[in-house]
Ligand binder design. Structure first.
Ligand code: PHE
Length: 342
């Protein structure tokens, strides 16, 4: 019985294919004869063969053959209409079965760096920060000089640089945005500067292009306590409310005093592991009070204006959050990697 059913399915398929290839009324008529011809049609033959099937199966098989007959009839009628009106969506010509379920298009997803970037921006927007930007190609003045990194300052070595000319560089941090903002605005304001930055640096944790988010708050009576409270709130939002923070004295030419900011290791929770090199802490930010010399360079009065600034790397945050050990994974565009962040 299943033999006969398979045969019927084969006939159905063959008919559909032939129907799709029919290009004229004459060919359609020939097809009709071939399948529904009274004396020697394929359907007729099937009905004849039914007589040799076991009696108890006949009613069911009869139904199957009848359904085939109906399908052939309606297929022929439909094709006739198409041929008459000269219209066709093309699907039958190509032998496509439009009743098959479709192939769902694969959904894309945000790049893991964009996810982290958006998270960072959202946290600061909730604290009332505006988002600012500027060019990635910058003059020496905005990238270095105005920030206290005078020519030949040894601290320039901290940021290996792509020089376009002696005076034009690919920005090494988004601090250039801070200078543009302060030149164009009067305090008070608070802003974050997300963006791409460039350094002549490449290994499994450094990429010649990477993303930063820097922040700047300027006004009157802004103190180190404000900086500490802001960063603590930010890091708890980012890594969870159990996160602890510590400040270590550090040096940047554009902040004084300066600090390196650590959080409790998000992998081991502070117990000590390979990622935090058994210290329990991870370095995550650079920060400090804006150096008076920077205020002077942009025409602010350092006696009345004070402020703080901070900066962090987006890749580093994403690598820590997802335990990614090689920064190059972000830029290889390997779907096996990218689709894990759906
Ligand atoms: N601009 C610093 C860097 O890219 C980060 C930083 C910003 C540090 C603001 C302190 C204050 O290395």
């Amino acid at each position: 019985m299943s033999d006969l059913k398979a045969r019927i399915q084969g006939i159905r398929d063959a008919f559909n294919q032939a129907l799709g290839q029919v290009e004229g009324l004459k060919a359609l008529e020939e097809l009709r004869n071939q399948y529904l011809g009274r004396k020697r049609g394929i359907v007729k033959d099937l009905l004849n063969d039914l007589r040799s099937a076991p009696k108890e199966l006949r009613p069911e098989l009869g139904q199957v053959v009848n359904r085939l007959k109906q399908a052939v009839e309606s297929g022929l009628a439909e094709r006739l209409e198409e041929l008459k009106s000269g219209e066709s969506d093309g699907s039958s010509e190509r032998g496509i079965d439009i009743t098959l379920p479709g192939i769902a298009p694969e959904l894309g997803s945000l790049h893991p760096l964009n996810v982290v970037n958006r998270d960072l921006i959202r946290i600061f927007e909730r604290m009332g920060y505006e988002v600012a930007g500027a060019s990635e190609i910058e003059t020496d003045f905005y990238n270095f000089e105005a920030l206290g990194l005078t020519k030949d300052h040894p601290a320039r070595d901290m940021q290996d640089t792509f020089y376009i000319t002696d005076e034009v560089v690919l920005r090494t941090h988004t601090s250039n945005v801070q200078i543009h903002m302060m030149q164009n605005r009067k305090p008070p304001f608070k802003a974050i500067m997300p963006g791409r930055v460039y350094r002549k640096d490449a290994d499994i944790t450094h990429s010649p292009m990477f993303n930063q988010v820097e922040g700047l708050v300027v006004g009157e009576n802004i103190t180190f306590t404000d900086l500490k409270g802001t960063l603590e709130h930010f890091l708890k939002q980012l890594f969870g409310s159990d996160t602890k923070m510590r400040l270590r004295p550090s040096y940047f030419p554009f902040t004084e005093p300066s600090a390196e900011v650590d959080v409790t290791c998000i992998i081991c929770g502070g117990k000590g592991c390979r990622v935090c090199k058994n210290s329990g802490w991870l370095e995550i930010l650079g920060a400090g009070m804006v150096d008076p010399v920077v205020f002077e360079n942009v025409g602010y009065d350092p006696e009345t204006v004070s402020g703080f600034a901070f900066g962090l790397g987006v890749e580093r945050v994403a690598m820590l959050k997802h335990s990614i050990s090689d920064i190059r994974m972000f830029f290889d565009n390997d779907l096996r990697f990218l689709s894990q962040f759906n």
